[in-house]
Design a protein around this ligand. Sequence first.
Ligand code: 5GP
Length: 126
Amino acid sequence: MPVTATGTYDDGNIFARILRGEIPSKRVYEDDFAVAFHDINPQAPIHVLVIPRGAYVSWADFSAKASDAEIAGFVRAVGTVARDLGLEEPGYRLLANAGVHAHQEVPHLHVHIFGGRQMGAMLPRA
Ligand code: 5GP
């Protein structure tokens, strides 16, 4: 069920539970600001999610409320994970869904990293 990107943070969302270690995930990276793990339902040969440790619903929420250190740390983590996965060549796609129109399902900011195949057109034709 898509979520609104402007709601208050729900501490029981699935990624909050992954951060607290309450449910398992296949982690590929973690530091003080971010955690990255394999998506449970991969849409590409490589499909990894990168999330900030802080409680932010969406990109708007994060960019408005996070500290400069959190923002820099998260953005650096996304780049580090893509590089560590060996995706710089031949390339990869980043995606961050926000709100109902983007079909955001989990109300904790996350960036998808897709790789390992040709990604095709940026968006399907409506
Ligand atoms: P969204 O549509 O919110 O951008 O994407 C949420 C993503 O989280 C989906 O790709 C979905 O497969 C993934 N996901 C949902 N629940 C879990 C889970 O429990 N573990 C992991 N690793 N991924 C999950």
